[in-house]
Design a protein around this ligand. Structure first.
Ligand SMILES: Nc1ncnc2c1ncn2[C@@H]1O[C@H](COP(=O)(O)OP(=O)(O)OP(=O)(O)O)[C@@H](O)[C@H]1O
Ligand SMILES: [Mg+2]
Length: 307
C-alpha cells in the first residue's frame, strides 16, 4: 500500500469493512516503524470489539507503534464546550439575557459535532505526534455532512445574529444610557473567527498532500454505486481519492452458490478497475471464512495482504 499522505480517511457504505480495513492499514504502517493512530468517528464505535481491547476517548496503545481512539459524540461535545463554551456564551448573552445552560443547548445544534471532530483531527495532525493518522469514518452520508456542515452552521449563526442585532439597536442605546460597559469583541468578530476556523478545516481536508481518501467497498451493486458517488463528490470538492479497497473477494468457488456469487463479484471488480484503475491503486482483499477479530488474527491477515 503506497500512500503519501499522513492522514488517510477510509470511507464507504455501512458494513463493507471500513473498520477492519482501517485496522489492517494501521497495523501495516505500524509494522513499518511509523507511529500510527487509528481514530474512529463512527457514532457506532467498534474498534474496541475489533481489537478486543477497551479503547476509549484517549489514545490507547494497541501494539508496537499503534494507538487507537474511539471518539464518541459526547466526548466531542465536551471538548467543544471547553474550547468554545465561553465564546458561545459571550455571543448569545450579548443578544439575550440567558444563563450558561444555553451553551448545552447550542451544543445540540446540527453540525457542531461534525465540525469539531474535524477540528480535533486537524489538531492531532498539527501537533505531529503521529507519522500516520488512519481515520475510520462513518458511513457515507455522515462523511459528506462532515465536509459541508461547518459553513451551513456558521451562515445560520451569522444570519441569526444579524436579525437579533437589528432588534437590539434600541437596547444598546438604552444600555449605554445606563452606563453598561461595551464588549471588546462584537458578535460578528467571534462568528467570523469561527468561520475562519471552519475554512481552515475544510482547506486542510482538501490539501491533497496531507489528506488522502481510500474508498472501501464490496464487489456488489450497492457498495459499488455508493463508492462511485462518494468518489465523484470528493472529486468535485477537490478531495484526493488514491485507493479503492475491494473487500470480501471470493477466491475459490467450490459450490454453485459461490460460483454464481463470484460471477457477480467479477462484474463489479471489472467495473471498478475500468472506471478508476487508470488513476487509483485498486487493492483486493479476500473474503475470509473465519472471523477477523483480535490483534493476532488481524496481524496474521495483514501480514499476507500488502507484501
Ligand atoms: N475480508 C473479510 N472477510 C471476512 N469477514 C470480513 C472481511 N472484512 C470484514 N469482515 C467482517 O464483516 C463485518 C463488517 O466489517 P466492519 O465492521 O469492518 O465494516 P464497517 O464498514 O466498518 O461497518 P460499519 O459501517 O458498521 O462501521 C465484520 O464482522 C468483519 O469482521
Ligand atoms: Mg466501522
Amino acid at each position: 500500500m503506497d500512500i503519501a499522505q499522513r492522514t488517510i480517511m477510509f470511507g464507504g457504505k455501512g458494513g463493507v469493512g471500513k473498520t477492519t480495513v482501517s485496522a489492517f492499514a494501521g497495523l501495516y504502517f505500524a509494522s513499518r516503524g511509523e507511529k500510527t493512530l487509528i481514530i474512529t468517528t463512527d457514532p457506532v464505535l467498534s474498534l474496541s470489539d475489533l481489537f478486543e481491547t477497551k479503547i476509549g476517548d484517549t489514545e490507547t496503545p494497541i501494539a508496537e507503534n499503534l494507538y487507537a481512539i474511539e471518539l464518541s459524540t459526547d466526548e466531542v461535545l465536551k471538548r467543544w464546550k471547553n474550547k468554545f463554551g465561553d465564546e458561545v456564551y459571550e455571543v448569545i448573552s450579548s443578544i439575550v439575557n440567558v444563563d450558561n445552560d444555553i451553551v448545552n443547548y447550542v451544543a445540540t445544534a446540527p453540525g457542531i459535532d461534525e465540525e469539531f471532530m474535524l477540528d480535533y483531527i486537524m489538531e492531532l495532525v498539527e501537533n505531529e505526534k503521529y507519522d500516520r493518522i488512519i481515520w475510520d469514518t462513518a458511513p457515507t452520508g455522515h462523511t459528506m455532512k462532515l465536509l459541508t456542515m461547518p459553513f451551513q452552521y456558521i451562515d445560520h449563526l451569522d444570519q441569526a445574529a444579524k436579525v437579533y442585532m437589528g432588534m437590539k439597536d434600541s437596547f444598546s442605546k438604552l444600555q449605554m444610557a445606563v452606563g453598561l460597559k461595551k464588549k471588546k469583541r462584537t458578535i460578528f468578530d467571534i462568528i467570523d473567527s469561527w468561520r475562519k476556523l471552519a475554512e481552515k478545516t475544510v482547506d486542510f481536508l482538501k490539501n491533497k498532500d496531507q489528506v488522502g481518501f481510500v474508498g472501501v467497498t464490496i464487489p456488489e451493486a450497492l457498495g459499488v454505486f455508493q463508492i462511485e458517488r462518494l468518489i465523484s463528490d470528493f472529486d468535485n470538492i477537490g478531495l484526493n481519492t488514491s485507493h479503492i479497497v475491494i473487500n470480501g473477494v471470493i477466491q475459490k468457488a467450490d459450490c454453485d452458490f459461490h460460483t454464481r456469487k463470484k460471477k457477480v463479484q467479477e462484474k463489479y471488480i471489472g467495473r471498478i478497475r475500468e472506471k478508476f484503475g487508470n488513476r487509483m491503486e485498486i487493492i483486493e482483499i479476500p473474503l475470509y471464512p473465519h472471523e477477523i477479530t483480535g490483534l493476532e488474527a488481524l496481524k496474521e491477515v495483514e501480514s499476507k495482504l500488502f507484501d
